[in-house]
Design a protein. Sequence first.
Length: 336
Amino acid sequence: MPETTPGTTQSSAVAADWALDPVDAGACERLARTLCTGRHDQVDNPEWVARARDAWENLPFPLRRGVRRFRRHSGPHGTLVIGGLPVDQAALPATPSVPGSVQRQATVSAAVLTMVACGLGEPLAYRAEKSGALVQDVVPVPGQESFHGNAGSVPLSFHTENGFHPHPPDYVIFLCLRADHDQIAGMRVAGIRQALPLLTPASRQALFAPEFITTPPPSFGPDASTREPDVKPRPVLSGAVEDPDIRMAQLVTTPLTPRATAALTEFGRACEATTRTLRLTPGDLVIIDNRVTVHGRTAFRPRYDGADRWLQRTYVTTDLRRSRDHRPHDGHILAR
């Protein structure tokens, strides 16, 4: 593996910050297959997650080291892209094309995602989104091209994941199983550590004020905002003034004052000015620090022929205990 510092800026044509060498990739695949031994291996089974947690310790050292370093500090971009992960591409079925597609049965890709999630913290899901599955498919769905979410293929605006919720994920992990046909779909990422210096003092002050409402995204269903009693005015930025956290989604964050409106617009411009576009290829794994980084997507044209773009996604929390009141039976699914 090249000794590149995680988070190093790359050309949009080359997504990976560094890649596993073939020997380590082979070891990773063999380990993932030990979690996929039969039809009883179910991703959402707590016992299977426990096996994946133990298996993390046996992943190749360069992968574990890179993830640990990123966990301690996510760098200037708040994003780490690792190439060369196994996805069992030769055995992949057709890209799913139905709403709400998830991965319940253990596969090589689901095992890789879950092991890395356990290296960062604990996997997490939301009952109201994708039926609470820990590993979710991000695929285009016929008839939902203009949907502003993971089933669409139009541009997706900048957002942190589930900023409306009292317990948003700390990290979001994506693993690319298939690229789009034209290889033009791009994951757009922008981090607060580069955007913050572009903001005026007045905008910074406004973004730290509780003058914004963020409601659930469309992926939680059309009535989600009326079901959420915890939605209340919050700041977009919080924590350390020199290195703040973000909670924001351009589609569903509403400013409540004129200064908040101006500040949110300026923040959007700063994100555009500092964005990186990642064009993912099969085996690219993207870890996004959801606390300090927003992400989105460029447009692409699906063909619905079974070979469309296919990412899988997992959420991660660094402290499962803090959401205990939302998780029945101390599981990994937030029920509310």
